[in-house]
Design a protein around this ligand. Structure first.
Ligand code: UT7
Length: 329
């Protein structure tokens, strides 16, 4: 019997309506469009407004988009994974709520968190469940309401992040398309450089943590930048080498959208032409777990069966990696 590979067979997305432009940010903090554009490549990002709406709202809508496009009965889904760094609540599973709301009543579900690498690591997990032969339809959702942890008086972070969600369906493939290889890494020394200090078990919420603004994202941008460029380039080069791929063989680089300069540096190390580098950071900023599936949605009509895709991400933890996957439709 031929080995089962785990292929992506459908994609869906959701972006909140509200657009926060660089021009509006200029009225909020001491910044300007020229600085943001040249240093990050971002022009605008989406923000989820309204009471009682968390990452699940984004994820549910992305999943519904996929279900509708694929004309899939949600009862056929075996597993729902929600990759998120901004779960609805600390204790209750966001994925359980999402699965119920979309009608995936025969599925089990769980959240997966590894900062900006959550979706990449989720691709690895989803693929293992499919390859096991036990599960036939795994829905992987990347959803983040980053605006819930951003300090809109801190110009070093508020210009970068946006809200959004993307979803992909993994199914078994018998032609060999889909997941091929991975290199996944973490290094806990990176935790000091990118974090939300309070609200977890180390520093639970208190009046003091609120007064000290410790529930917001803080990052040492320069250190994160250097580590992201070095490590993403490293794993991309290595996955190319181990799979005997050269720049001509690769169809697309699907890289986490944190900073245009980081993506360009990685592509340059891989000797890839600009046309092969998926890019949507200008429209959405850094949507954490949603960047990779949003890219697939935006480029879906340009993808061809057999295309060779390299996915890569870098995030808090530190956490990073590369996945090699061939497109199945
Ligand atoms: O997805 C998770 C992973 N995250 C990342 O990958 C983010 C990685 N880091 C970055 O993308 C970049 O480091 C940033 C975009 C965050 C910052 O860009 P940078 O080129 O590293 O700038 P910098 O922090 O070295 O700051 C340069 C200058 C500073 O002023 P001085 O000290 O030179 O006078 C900053 O105070 O730019 C200033 N600055 C700003 N100016 C205008 C910082 N933020 C802003 C701003 N507008 N928003």
């Amino acid at each position: 019997m031929s080995k089962i590979t785990a292929a992506i067979t459908a994609v869906g997305k959701y972006l909140p309506e509200y657009i926060l432009t660089n021009e509006e940010l200029e009225t909020m903090v001491d910044t300007n469009d020229e600085w943001i554009t040249t240093r990050t490549g971002i022009k605008e990002r989406r923000i989820l407004k309204g009471e009682n709406k968390g990452s699940s709202f984004l994820g549910i809508n992305a999943a519904k988009d996929l279900l509708q496009k694929k004309e899939l009965d949600p009862k056929e889904i075996d597993l729902v994974i929600v990759a998120t760094a901004t779960p609805d609540m600390q204790a209750a599973s966001t994925a359980a709520y999402v699965a119920s709301q979309i009608g995936a009543s025969n599925a089990f579900s769980f959240d997966l968190e590894s900062a900006c690498s959550s979706f990449l690591f989720g691709m690895s997990v989803a693929s293992r469940y499919i390859e096991s032969g036990r599960y036939k339809k795994v829905l992987l959702i990347g959803a983040d309401k980053n605006s819930s942890m951003i300090d809109y008086t801190d110009r070093t972070t508020c210009i970068i992040f946006g809200d959004g969600a993307g979803a992909v369906l993994f199914e078994p493939n018998e032609e060999g398309y889909g997941f091929q290889d991975e290199i996944l890494r973490t290094d806990g020394k990176g935790r000091e450089f990118l974090k939300v200090e309070a609200g977890g078990s180390v520093l639970p919420a208190s009046h003091e943590t609120v007064d000290n603004r410790q529930h917001f994202v803080k990052q040492d941008g320069k250190s994160v930048f250097k580590n992201a460029v070095f490590n993403m380039s490293d794993v991309c080069e290595r996955i190319m080498m181990t799979n005997e791929l050269d720049n001509e063989d690769i169809s697309w680089l699907v890289a986490h959208q944190a900073n245009k300069r980081i993506i360009e540096a990685t592509a340059s190390r891989m000797k890839l032409e600009d046309e092969k580098v998926m890019m949507n950071i200008h429209k959405y900023g850094n949507t954490t777990s949603a960047t990779l599936p949003l890219l697939l949605n935006d480029y879906e009509d340009q993808l061809k069966k057999g295309d060779k895709l390299i996915f890569t991400a870098f995030g808090g933890g530190f956490s990073w990696g590369a996945i090699y996957l061939t497109w199945a439709y």
